[in-house]
Write a protein that binds this ligand. Structure first.
Ligand code: GDP
Ligand code: GDP
Length: 441
């Protein structure tokens, strides 16, 4: 299910990233420890009152063609207004209301999106008295908070969560349909690839009653399998008019990844893997999605017979946390290898949903341990007792042992590799959770 998106907006230095880091869910740290997953985040998952949501720090979004802070704040606010479910507008109690605050407030008021106003750095009760001036922004009650002193943050989050849409359990979760997000920077060839796929498969848009020409999710059929391409707005038309100012529509991309089973991550053969690509790939990895790495514009790349080998080596180094992802070299222009994409998507989806029986799983784990005993840690022996799969999408395994805290990262990696040797899981991340023998799942 797609999680509500909360965008944090405000001038530099008001405390946006401090708040962001406080609210970010510590549970994701398991995956964050994976080498190569970037720590410099624009987005993070958070939870309050049992509602999970996604936070985006718009201060981190790069805006094209501007050095002016005022312009970038305005553009960031516009992105938040367009794409977030709730806007968290942060001001500074110490500076009071500034002209830039007023400008952002004006944009937000016009948009009529749910907005919560936080006035940060109200570190002492006297500063709470200064709240009145923020009423003048015309966007409701200011929440006087202090990120540093953790004051009133609960009330603030209550207000944020109260604006979420009701939880919708009926999201399009048909198991027989594979949901695919095509992602990548502008101009890498997403639309071209999508149009090629549409051309080579049976589009069933017109069969579905009520779908419009601009439907943003497009179902297609190939060899009896239905694929639902997510958030393809703008991909089907030639000559897009509404070019985003944002270099890369992060929020939109995250939302599409969130809703998908498999991510087609499109790279430009000439540019290779960029920093933004790494962040988005890291997100898809942490979200546990199936993934296919598509290197497009292969026709433009100067090739020799070793090109794909060398190129793949470079990709593996850049995206070190996803050695499991298949890499395919395509040209949307000449349609080279485009026809392989549906099968690669299907393989990744199947691996992502794979369930292993407990007996077979334990056989593999027992054999792995027999072949390579866990090393002693702090004078103790780690004993692995039992393993079980608790979830699919992605496959998630709990490994029970005598002393979970002495399980070493490298040994966990060894077990993961053994599971991959035995079961493949090509195209999907898997999760290993280590528990003590008396802990619940
Ligand atoms: P951003 O640019 O909006 O993301 O702001 P930062 O989160 O980087 O914070 C800017 C500065 O304000 C940092 O030096 C923070 O330590 C400081 N800061 C953040 N929250 C508070 C607060 O509640 N009280 C005080 N006094 N300082 C804060
Ligand atoms: P998007 O912004 O990611 O959707 O990218 P588009 O599909 O709109 O493609 C951007 C530009 O790259 C267009 O001019 C395409 O014609 C061109 N392009 C796309 N795929 C290829 C390819 O495989 N080879 C070459 N040479 N050009 C391509």
């Amino acid at each position: 299910m797609s999680k509500p998106i909360v965008a944090i907006v405000g001038r530099p230095n008001v405390g946006k990233s401090t708040l962001f880091n406080i609210f970010a869910d510590s549970r994701i740290s398991i995956v964050e420890d994976t080498p190569g997953v970037t720590r410099d985040r624009l987005y993070a998952e958070a939870e309050w009152l049992d509602r999970r949501f996604m936070m985006v720090d718009t201060g981190g979004i790069e805006i094209a063609n501007t050095d002016s802070i005022a312009v970038s704040i305005r553009e960031q606010a516009k992105i938040a207004i367009k794409e977030a479910d709730v806007i968290l507008f942060v001001c500074d109690a110490r500076t009071g209301v500034t002209t830039e605050d007023q400008e952002v407030a004006k944009l937000i008021r016009m948009a009529q999106k749910p907005v919560v106003l936080a006035v940060n750095k109200a570190d002492t009760p006297t500063q709470e008295l200064e709240a009145y001036e923020f009423y003048n922004l015309g966007i409701g009650e200011p929440y006087m908070i202090s990120a540093s002193n953790r004051l009133n943050l609960g009330d603030l989050l209550d207000a944020v969560v109260s604006h979420f849409p009701d939880e919708d359990e009926s999201d399009d979760d048909h198991d027989d349909v594979i949901k695919v997000a095509i992602i990548g920077r502008p101009n890498v060839g997403k639309s071209s690839i999508f149009n090629d796929i549409i051309g080579q498969t049976r589009s069933i848009v017109s069969d579905v009653a009520g779908t419009t020409r601009d439907a943003i999710d497009v179902p297609v059929m190939k060899d009896g399998q239905t694929y639902l391409f997510i958030d393809t707005a703008g991909m089907r038309r030639k000559g897009k008019i509404d070019e985003p100012i944002e270099k890369y529509s992060i929020i939109r991309t995250l939302r599409a990844v969130d809703r998908s089973d498999v991510v087609l991550m499109v790279l430009d053969a000439v540019d290779g893997v960029t920093e933004q690509d790494k962040k988005i790939a890291g997100y898809a990895h942490e979200a546990g999605k199936g993934i296919v790495l598509v290197v497009n514009k292969w026709d433009l790349y100067q090739k020799d017979e070793m090109s794909t080998v060398h190129y793949t080596e470079t990709i593996r180094k850049e995206l070190i946390f996803m050695p499991y992802a298949n890499v395919v070299y395509v040209s949307a222009l000449t349609q080279q290898r485009i026809s392989r994409l549906p099968d690669l998507i299907k393989d990744a989806a199947e691996a992502n949903a794979m369930r292993i029986s407990t007996s077979v799983l334990n056989q593999v784990v027992t054999d792995a341990v027999a072949m390579n005993q866990p090393p002693m840690e702090k004078g103790k022996h780690l004993k692995i007792l039992y393993a079980t799969q608790v979830k699919v999408k992605p496959p998630t395994f709990v490994i029970f042992c005598n002393e979970p805290e002495i399980m070493h990262f490298s040994y966990q990696r060894y077990l993961e590799n053994k599971l991959r040797e035995a079961f493949g899981f090509q195209g999907t991340p898997i999760n290993l959770i280590v528990r003590g023998k008396n802990e619940d799942n």
